[in-house]
Design a binder for this molecule. Structure first.
Ligand code: PLP
Length: 392
């Protein structure tokens, strides 16, 4: 669609009219395709956590406006989770804020911290809400492109350094990274931290896939690096970790002055949300390590099924170290335009995928890459692989 089709949309948002997900999900329905486009699981999370939400609802907990920062039980559980997993200590009363998913956490953080004209450095390809939220806040996005290097997408640290100017206010990072599956290494995060301290930048880190890390990779929270805790806003979410993406329970952990700023913006976005679900997520965060281990093992097995299927179907596969997405290169199939490829794929193969170019400012840098989600039942992934192979 062109912007003339949306005469009322303001200039800040003109380029964000409709997302590719709407177009591709419509194509999935009209062609009866398997939808590996959008990243939501096709099975719900733990039964006991679902029951915890039902209990809260029946007992009348959270049916009226919960407290602005989130219910104390959940803030305490979030702080305990950060302490237990990473040794990061946050005060549940002043350093934790519950939000309507990570989406609101991102929006509120950028709206609170940016002055118009401030520059935000983000790794391209990036999650689609980053660009829109930077724009809504009147900021300017400065993409630093992750490039294929020995089987994964990596950051060029010199390029990152060169992207910082007098106007740079914050670094917006995401690890594990959607859509590439890259997990930032200790060396990369050490350099990012060094740069942030040296140039006195704020860091906003989207860690919603913190529990989906595979092989030898390790999730290292940005806030654990020297000089970072005091300048870092960490964003988490129950949606991805507990397979309840519809509940929209997310959170921010940061020092009091940053949380207070984010809360100022958040109170005028949703004020509060997800009352009964907050009680259920408090219980979910306290699940034993066995839950998190089994969840990771299950997703790892799914990754391997889809990666093998895509390889057999002729794609070049960038084996993700984290998240539930696989980025592929379609050039070995004799294709080079991910948009055209994804628009034709439902007819041709009965499968829906997303062209990574939508996550880039430099569209040409993302042109040959296509993303598949593997948070689906194994049979569904096997059937998708079979169809892709047959259509080759
Ligand atoms: C899904 C996703 C989000 C949004 O999380 P919600 O809690 O559903 O709002 C944010 N960031 C990334 C990278 C995601 O993939």
């Amino acid at each position: 669609m062109t912007s003339s089709a949306r005469p009322f949309l303001n200039r800040r948002l003109a380029e964000f009219g409709t997302t590719i997900f709407a177009e591709m999900s419509a194509l999935a329905t009209s062609t009866g395709s398997i939808n590996l486009g959008q990243g939501f699981p096709d099975t719900d999370g733990p039964e006991e956590i679902r029951e915890a939400a039902v209990r809260a609802l029946r007992d009348g907990r959270g049916n009226q406006y919960p407290p602005g920062p989130g219910i104390p039980e959940l803030r305490t559980a979030i702080a305990a989770h950060q302490e237990r997993r990473y040794g990061l200590s946050y005060d549940p009363d002043t350093e934790v804020l519950v939000t309507a998913g990570a989406t609101e956490a991102i929006a509120a953080t950028l709206l609170a911290l940016l002055e118009p004209g401030d520059e935000v450095i983000a790794f391209e390809p990036y999650y689609d809400s980053y660009a829109a939220c930077i724009a809504m806040a009147g900021g300017t996005r400065v993409p630093v492109t992750l490039r294929p290097h020995e089987g994964s997408f990596r950051l060029d640290l010199d390029e990152l350094r060169d992207a910082v100017t007098e106007k740079t206010r914050l670094l917006l990072i995401n690890t594990p990274h959607n859509p590439t599956g890259t997990v930032l290494t200790r060396e990369e995060l050490t350099e990012i931290a060094r740069l942030a301290v040296e140039r006195d930048l704020l860091v906003v880190t989207d860690e919603v896939y913190e529990h989906l890390v595979f092989d030898a990779a390790e999730h290292l929270p940005a806030a654990t690096f020297p000089g970072m805790r005091e300048r870092t806003v960490t964003i988490g979410s129950a949606g991805k970790t507990f397979s309840f993406t519809g509940w929209k329970v997310g959170w921010v952990t940061a020092p009091p002055a940053l949380v207070s700023a984010v809360r100022s913006a958040k109170q005028f976005l949703t004020y509060v949300s997800s009352g009964p679900f907050q009680y259920a997520v408090a219980e979910a965060l306290a699940l034993p390590d066995a839950y998190f281990d089994a969840f990771r093992a299950d997703m790892l097995a799914k990754r391997d099924v889809l990666a093998a299927g895509l390889t057999e179907a002729g794609f070049e596969v960038f084996r993700p170290q984290g998240t539930y997405f696989i980025t592929t290169d379609i050039r070995p199939l004799g294709e080079s335009d991910g948009f055209a490829f994804c628009r034709a794929l439902p007819e041709r193969a009965g499968v829906v995928a997303i062209p990574n170019a939508v996550f880039y400012d430099h569209r040409e840098a993302g042109a040959p890459f296509v993303r598949f989600a593997f948070c689906k039942q194994t049979e569904v992934l096997q059937e998708a692989a079979k169809r892709l192979k047959a259509a080759r």
